[in-house]
Design a protein around this ligand. Structure first.
Ligand SMILES: Nc1ncnc2c1ncn2[C@@H]1O[C@H](COP(=O)(O)OP(=O)(O)OP(=O)(O)O)[C@@H](O)[C@H]1O
Ligand SMILES: [Mg+2]
Length: 255
């Protein structure tokens, strides 16, 4: 579904991603892990078009997306969440989700201001679909609450719902478990497994929280200092000496 070939990303003197190749298959949860600064978020930024690779190419469903603008990449079925939550604090939860649906329903700002019938009709349909998505992630009871007033764990979940509203085939999640409590992590695992198994979504999951990565990933890729260290099953990664040396064995680290 997604294929990165020999991606290099340079910032001034720094090589943030150094010749990384990886692929995400349809219907898999593929984790991308590694120490701080390893280049994980940079890879998500490249895939979603926020950064251009200095070298290499990125393919989504066999088409190169390396030079496509971000909105066209998103429209082709590839959506992300950010490492720091980016909700509209003064909008209600359901309105935040409707932002993700805006493209589907074209209830643009002009028809909204003029209160055209088309806008009203489309807004109703969007609201319905947004509510169904909130139900899927079991947060429909917060639909009318302002997003900014929600506790952190719920805001993160709204972000995932908003990403789903764009009807992605591939979801890229940048540290969805950061700062979550134990029970929220268990729920997140259930949600992500459901999205994979029921909706058939592919997921590229960046996280330091091993209770998520090791519990639900089909495959794991490890980066260190911008370089690819290993790709394999959870079992292979856990016993890989290079991975243990670079990341998992570190005393007191996130892992
Ligand atoms: N826009 C940028 N300009 C300059 N340097 C950048 C930029 N974005 C990232 N970097 C650098 O690239 C390297 C990789 O950063 P990146 O954010 O991808 O790491 P990460 O693996 O996501 O780390 P973390 O686990 O801390 O989120 C770091 O050294 C970072 O400082
Ligand atoms: Mg990061």
């Amino acid at each position: 579904m997604l294929e990165l070939r020999n991606i290099v990303v340079r910032f001034d003197g720094l090589v943030a991603v150094n010749d990384v190749s990886l692929d995400v298959k349809a219907g898999e949860i593929h984790a991308l892990i590694g120490p701080n600064g390893a280049g994980k978020s940079t890879i998500i930024n490249v895939v979603t078009g926020l950064y251009r690779p200095s070298e290499g190419d990125c393919f989504f469903q066999n088409e190169s997306i390396s030079n496509r603008p971000t909105h066209l990449i998103a429209r082709s079925g590839l959506t992300r969440t950010f490492q720091n939550t980016e909700l509209f604090a003064d909008f209600s939860v359901i309105e935040n989700v409707m932002v993700g649906l805006d493209h589907e329903y074209h209830y643009g700002i002009v028809s909204r201001l003029l209160n055209l019938p088309r806008w009203r009709r489309n807004e109703k349909a969007a609201r319905y679909e947004a509510f169904e998505l909130l139900k899927r992630l079991k947060i429909e009871k917060f639909a009318e609450q302002k997003a900014g007033t929600l506790p952190f764990g719920l805001r993160r979940r709204v972000e995932i719902v908003r990403a789903l509203a764009t009807r992605p085939k591939l979801l890229l999640l940048d540290e969805p478990a950061a700062g979550l409590r134990h029970h929220e992590i268990i729920e997140l695992n259930q949600i992500l497994v459901e999205l994979r198994d029921e909706l058939g979504l592919a997921i590229l999951l960046v996280d330091h929280v091993m209770k998520v990565v090791m519990a639900i990933s089909n495959r794991v890729t490890v980066l260190n200092f911008g370089r690819h260290v290993a790709t394999g099953s959870v079992r292979e990664i856990r016993s890989n000496p290079d991975v243990i040396a670079a990341y998992l064995g570190g005393a007191g680290g996130h892992a």
